[in-house]
Structure formats: structure tokens, C-alpha cells
Write a protein that binds this ligand. Structure first.
Ligand code: HEC
Length: 189
């Protein structure tokens, strides 16, 4: 190799290093931008958290749930004296109809509850009185691996109840129905 060629390849290396430095600079700028976007994102979700998202699980009341299909009603004796209706999204309804267990990711179950009161027009009939809770179970086998794949949310007047109440959900569902993917409600024909 001659001296001249050496110089040429030497300056090519210098140029390449300069390009590399530039790329690294662009790269770290992009990374900085990305992390500030992430920071803005988590700030926004922290804000919704306080308002409408259940503690521990981060579950919300799903939009449009009131028009979902009925899986089954239930009645709870004193002291709660409630009428309940469990509804499911399309994934839930299909899983019930096909007998799929465990329920697939994306399954959402909503339980509505009201005090039962005698009908003012016909005494023997019990009808829904004041709404009490809306409860939600969301299936995401990765996100909620520690609780059988289910995230839980209990809401009163649209707002989540405290963390202590959310600590009770999985234990009772696990004790009662671990062989039915932690879901009590069976399809009402
Ligand atoms: C002491 C037991 C117990 C606890 C604690 C409990 N549940 Fe349940 N849950 C039930 C029973 C029993 C049903 C069946 C329907 C009914 O009787 O109302 C049910 C039904 C549900 C359903 C409808 C799907 C299904 O499994 O049938 C949802 C959604 C739900 N519960 C959410 C919650 C949430 C959220 C919490 C915690 C805030 C919670 N549950 C705590 C006993 C419990």
C-alpha cells in the first residue's frame, strides 16, 4: 500500500466517523423526543387514573356496555337485596355459546346491580330500585397473569371504589369458581 492510498483511506475513516457521530446525535435526539412523548403519555394516563380507572388493575367502564347482550340475571339476598344483570361483549357471548374455556383475551363482563324494591303497581313483583354498583372483569392473560388473567373494576356512580375493595375481588372469584375460569355466571337459557 502506498502512502497516498493510506491517506485516502485514512480520511475516509474520519468522514465515516463524523457521519456516525451525526447519526448517534440524531439517534439520541430521537430517543429524547420519544421519552418525552412517553412522559406526556404517562402523565395523561396518570390523570385519568385518579378519575375513572380502578386501582390495582386500571380497568374502566367499557363504552356502550349497556347495549351488550345479557348472559344471566342474579338476585342477592339481604343485606344487599339486589337484582343483578351480567352482560358480555361480543367475545364473551361467543365464548359462552361455543363453551370456550378459559375465556379468550378481550373478553369483557359487566355486572349491573340495583336494589330490589316492590313494584308500586303490582306488589308481588320486585323491580330495580336505585343503581348500586357496576362491576367489570376484563380478560388479558398477560397483563393480569397474577390474577387468573382477569382485571377487575367496581364503580359507584361511575367512579371506582377504593383499593381495599379491589383487593377482595380475585380471592372470592378464585375460591368460588377457579374451575370455570374465575367466572361465576353461567349462560341463562
Ligand atoms: C365474596 C365474593 C365476591 C367478591 C369479593 C367479589 N365478587 Fe364478583 N361475583 C361474585 C358472585 C357470587 C358473582 C355471581 C353473580 C352474582 O351473584 O351477583 C360475581 C360476579 C361478578 C361479575 C360477573 C362475572 C362473574 O364472575 O359471574 C363481575 C364482573 C364481578 N363479579 C366483578 C367483581 C369485582 C370487580 C370485585 C371486586 C371489587 C368482585 N367481583 C368481588 C362474588 C364475589
Amino acid at each position: 500500500m502506498t502512502q497516498g492510498q493510506d491517506e485516502i483511506s485514512g480520511s475516509a475513516i474520519v468522514a465515516r466517523r463524523a457521519r456516525l457521530r451525526k447519526l448517534i446525535q440524531i439517534g439520541s435526539f430521537a430517543a429524547a423526543m420519544a421519552s418525552s412523548v412517553v412522559a406526556i403519555g404517562s402523565f395523561a394516563s396518570a390523570e385519568t387514573k385518579d378519575e375513572n380507572v380502578s386501582p390495582i388493575y386500571g380497568v374502566t367502564i367499557p363504552q356502550g356496555y349497556r347495549k351488550w347482550e345479557l348472559i344471566a340475571p342474579a338476585v342477592e339476598a339481604a343485606p344487599l337485596n339486589e337484582i343483578r344483570s351480567v352482560l358480555g361483549n361480543d367475545i364473551a357471548i361467543k365464548a359462552y355459546q361455543d363453551g370456550t374455556l378459559p375465556f379468550p383475551d378481550g373478553t369483557v363482563l359487566v355486572k349491573l346491580a340495583w336494589k330490589h324494591v316492590p313494584s308500586p303497581e303490582f306488589g308481588p313483583a320486585s323491580i330495580p330500585g336505585a343503581a348500586t354498583t357496576v362491576q367489570v372483569m376484563v380478560k388479558d392473560s398477560k397483563k393480569y397473569a397474577a390474577t387468573g388473567g382477569w382485571g377487575f373494576g367496581r364503580f359507584i356512580n361511575g367512579k371506582p371504589v377504593d383499593e381495599a375493595q379491589h383487593q377482595t375481588c380475585f380471592a372470592c372469584h378464585q375460591a368460588g369458581v377457579k374451575d370455570h375460569d374465575f367466572v361465576f355466571t353461567r349462560w341463562a337459557p
